[in-house]
Design a protein. Structure first.
Length: 418
């Protein structure tokens, strides 16, 4: 590759002439491993950050473990806002993750699979810049190349880490890069918080609208108490094997996808089957409600989704299909996952390691049903909220893509800010 004027080829790629490619050993003051603390799922006052909590550049707090009662962690292992942590041990594809702590929790500690990196501020302007420089595609690729061990257990040793080179522009340019990327990170955080707020509002609206606590204008009629089976006909899906999921181009819904991909309403398809496989599957009709007939827990068994597409599509095995006669399918998609209905489904689930729920069991569920016009009105309100959430999530995804592009441009010097 030809190197343009004013740039040079280095181990970190092509960078401006006035930049350096320095090993971490020259820009680090120290690295400190966390403590080997006994921990548990039950919440205590001492959250413990582990390798699973590190995402690329930030922390994932979706699953937090806690230091066991009676264990006194060392103060040196308490996280401080701005700390950069490096994951020394993980699976081969995840080892080497780097993230910056931004006081996501009031207090937290870190364990012995993580190393806190302290940088020489005469060479690296801030931990923010270091975090970005260590999360470029180039750096992550070279970090993975340092890992030793097996696919399931791999490690990056300090002696090897210190040899890793990163791009080091002049301090003023580092600061400008970190500021620009921090601004877009702030936008990502704000969007994430807005999405979380909108989700909470939707959950509150669902609770009130689907139980009749809040009535939409113009509706006063009493809701009818009925059994689910009286809404229409219940039929079984037919088997589609896992290895047949991509055998053709006919849309298909498999029961596992109801848990992992579909929420209340089918909006996309994740399996496509051949004509020969479809001949043995169950054909869907617009307005069908699909229940997952098998699952891992009683809490989630029987999750429902509404099929509102006009296209030809099929259902695989372990799916129970409700074909309603005179109900709003979108309303049912929301309502049949509500807390009260889910409680009944959980009580009807059979089995432990694998839970099943039958068509007969589903048919016995008691429902409080509004009139069809009120069903449609409720579904419209919730669908509008879903559309707003989808637009925000799309904006969030585009902003993440923009950030990746900015990192690639700014941390290679292709685009200069000073």
């Amino acid at each position: 590759m030809e190197v343009r004027l004013g740039y040079k080829q280095t181990e970190v790629g092509i960078i401006p002439d006035e930049w350096n490619a320095l090993p971490l050993g020259e820009v680090l003051i120290k690295g400190r491993l966390g403590g080997n603390y006994a921990n548990q799922d039950m919440e205590t006052e001492l959250p413990l950050m582990k390798m699973g909590n590190l995402a690329r550049g930030c922390f994932d707090l979706s699953k937090v473990q806690f230091i066991e009662p009676g264990v006194a962690p060392e103060p040196i292992h308490q996280l401080v806002c701005g700390d950069v942590l490096f994951n020394t041990r993980n699976t081969l594809d995840l080892v080497g993750k780097v993230a910056i702590w931004r006081d996501e929790l009031p207090v937290a500690y870190y364990n012995s699979n993580l190393m806190r990196l302290e940088f020489d501020l005469e060479k690296i302007c801030s931990n923010e810049y270091a975090n970005y420089a260590l999360n470029t595609e180039s750096t992550m690729s070279r970090l993975r190349g340092l890992a030793t061990g097996t696919t399931s257990v791999a490690a990056i040793y300090t002696r090897d880490l210190l040899k890793l080179k990163i791009p080091v522009p002049p301090l003023s340019e580092q600061h400008a890069i970190a500021t620009a990327l921090s601004d877009i990170d702030a936008l990502l955080v704000a969007l994430g918080q807005l999405i979380a707020k909108k989700r909470d509002l939707k959950q509150a609206a669902m609770l009130k609208l689907l139980t009749g606590q809040t009535r939409l204008p113009g509706f006063r009629d009493e809701w009818a108490i009925i059994r689910l089976g009286s809404l229409g006909t219940l039929i079984k899906g037919a088997g589609v094997k896992k290895d047949e999921s991509f055998s053709g181009d006919l849309p298909c819904i498999r029961y596992g996808e109801i848990y992992t991909h579909h929420h209340d309403i089918v909006r996309a398809f994740y399996s496509q089957i051949s004509t020969s496989v479809a001949a043995l599957a169950t054909s869907l009709k617009t307005g069908d409600i699909l229940f997952a007939g098998s699952g891992e827990t009683k809490k989630e068994i029987g999750k429902a989704v509404a099929f509102i597409h006009e296209c030809e599509a099929f259902a695989g095995g372990d799916i129970v299909i409700l074909r309603p006669v005179a109900s709003d399918a979108k309303f049912l998609g929301y309502y049949l996952n509500s807390a009260e209905v889910q409680r009944q489904k959980a009580s009807l689930g059979q089995g432990d390691a694998v839970v099943h729920i039958s068509a007969n069991a589903l048919a016995s569920i008691e429902l409080a049903m509004p009139s069809l016009p009120e069903q449609t009105a409720i579904a419209t309100v919730l669908s509008d909220m879903d559309a707003e959430l989808a637009a925000l999530e799309q904006r969030l995804a585009k902003t993440r893509t923009l950030k990746q592009g900015m990192m690639q441009e700014l941390l290679t010097g292709r685009t200069r800010l000073v």
